[in-house]
Design a protein around this ligand. Structure first.
Ligand SMILES: Cc1cc2nc3c(=O)[nH]c(=O)nc-3n(C[C@H](O)[C@H](O)[C@H](O)COP(=O)(O)OP(=O)(O)OC[C@H]3O[C@@H](n4cnc5c(N)ncnc54)[C@H](O)[C@@H]3O)c2cc1C
Length: 451
């Protein structure tokens, strides 16, 4: 089954593979949001640059075209981790850059005439148990200790929470205005079209077999380039020399048929707020522009050897679990029709810290490890790579994630054992909390390993 996004985005023109050996200034491997934003900002800054994007399938084939459409200010590494890496002030700079990226995605889409159905409605995270309330209060207190005020993160009481989202058992919620819901594939395809118009070469069905300084090898020919950028996220382990840089973790999604106004009157999300709750195993949802609910979560297994296969995009057990959770949250959806179910791999670094960089000697650059927070972070990566490639020293190139090198993942089968044990632990932690009514001890033990 195709994703909802693939069924509702304007068609994309076919783009021809690399037509033999070519020479460019910048070669970008990966036609997701990282690759496309990087090409966009580079072409905008210096229209004379010869830029080529190589995509193994079609643009948006990866996570960028299939995600939950949260354009959030979330960054996978916490403020505390960033402060340990680079100091408190640098951590706050990264936080501010993430908030700005949410707005920049909207501004850029509008300036480029891309209708990505963006609604800047914020995120509501409902609290549905005493243990979740303890966590939500701690999250707000922690934000305050960083000087993050009510305007960025607020604790809502039950009444205020239910006015926004009436999920069963809601006793409170946290709310942040720093998120927009969008249609990810419309954004990807819109960006790719603007690149076509600017004369940037986007070659589809062109898989890079190898990335080396100054050269990308493909079955269609070699691309020689002054700078090479790797933007392959969850697919990175498939490239020689990068097997243990990132791991692909699957996230799966379902979408309902359009819901009538009377159903929405009972659920809420009048401003198309994105939503989740304070459980351990991640869930995420959005109300689409055509009034469906798109709802996703983790829980699908990690596959030995960091394999990525189309068959892994579907897991009937996880889809059934997502549907059950959705109905548990909103019983009015008891008989709802699920029209679409899909999934895809996101990329996780060993220390759960996203990074972007350019080696000044080899002139090989990269960006990735966004976990589930890449929709906005890819935009920040694109602008940062622009500055790095052009040799500019800017506020962006001084952010703490720039040039960060995460440790490599363990060899197999340790990787498989550890990641799947972590995923299981998060499910058990939620069960433990349901049974005991207290914050999970298991989660506290495992959380430091999971970022
Ligand atoms: C189901 C799901 C839900 C998600 N939900 C959210 C969300 O709501 N909000 C959020 O912020 N983030 C979310 N994410 C994460 C987010 O989508 C990603 O972090 C982001 O899209 C990564 O963009 P990217 O361009 O780096 O990678 P990708 O979009 O994965 O693009 C990489 C591209 O590289 C291509 N490629 C790979 N290898 C090669 C090669 N050798 N040669 C040429 N091309 C190659 C692939 O085909 C792919 O198109 C979600 C991810 C998934 C899977």
């Amino acid at each position: 089954m195709r994703s909802l996004w693939a069924d509702t985005a304007p068609a994309s023109p076919p783009r021809r593979p690399l037509p033999g050996d070519r020479t460019v200034d910048v070669a970008i491997v990966g036609g997701g949001l990282t690759g496309l934003w990087t090409a966009h900002y580079l072409a905008e800054a210096d229209p004379s640059l010869r830029i080529a994007v190589l995509e193994a399938e079609t643009v948006g084939h990866g996570a960028s075209g299939r995600n939950g459409g949260w354009c959030s200010a979330l960054f996978p590494a916490s403020l505390d981790t960033l402060a340990e890496m680079a100091g408190r002030s640098a951590a706050l700079d990264q936080h501010a850059a993430m908030r700005d990226a949410v707005g920049e995605v909207g501004r850029a889409a509008e300036a480029l005439g891309i209708d990505a159905q963006i609604s800047h409605g914020g995120t509501i995270s409902v609290v549905r148990s005493a243990a979740q309330l303890t966590r939500a209060r701690a999250e707000v207190a922690h934000a305050r200790s960083w000087g993050i005020g009510e305007d960025q993160l607020t604790l809502l009481d039950a009444h205020a929470a239910r006015e926004r989202l009436d999920a069963v058992g809601t006793v409170a919620a946290t709310f942040t205005p720093d998120c927009a819901a969008l249609h990810p594939l419309r954004l990807v395809r819109g960006l790719a079209s603007t690149l076509d118009e600017r004369g940037v070469s986007v070659h589809e069905h062109t898989r890079a077999a190898r990335i080396a300084p100054g050269r990308v090898t493909t079955p269609h020919g070699d691309l020689t380039a002054g700078t090479v950028v790797r933007a392959t996220e969850g697919y990175t382990p498939g490239l020689p020399g990068h097997r243990r840089d990132l791991v692909p973790v699957y996230s799966l999604v379902i979408a309902t048929a359009p819901l009538p106004p009377e159903t929405w009157a009972r659920i809420g999300l009048a401003r198309r707020e994105t939503f989740t709750d304070h459980r351990h195993l991640v869930i995420y949802g959005q109300r689409t522009a055509d009034d469906r609910l798109v709802f996703g979560g983790r829980g699908a297994p990690y596959h030995l050897g960091s394999r990525v296969r189309p068959a892994f995009d579907r897991d009937e057990r996880v889809f059934a679990g997502l549907r059950a959770t959705l109905v548990e949250l909103f019983p009015v959806l008891r008989d709802v029709t699920i029209t679409h179910a899909w999934g895809g791999p996101l990329g996780v670094a060993r220390d759960w810290c996203a990074s972007v960089g350019l080696d000044p000697v080899t002139r090989v650059g990269w960006a990735g490890g966004y976990v589930g927070d890449g929709v906005s972070t890819t935009n920040l990566a694109g602008r940062t790579l622009r500055d790095l490639v052009l040799g500019r020293d800017t506020d962006l190139t001084r952010l703490p994630w720039v040039g960060h090198h995460s440790p490599r993942w363990e060899p197999e089968p340790l990787r498989w054992l550890g990641i799947n044990a972590g995923l299981r632990a998060m499910t058990w932690a939620d069960t433990e909390e349901r049974l005991t009514g207290r914050p999970s001890l298991l989660a506290r033990t495992v959380a430091p390993l999971l970022g």
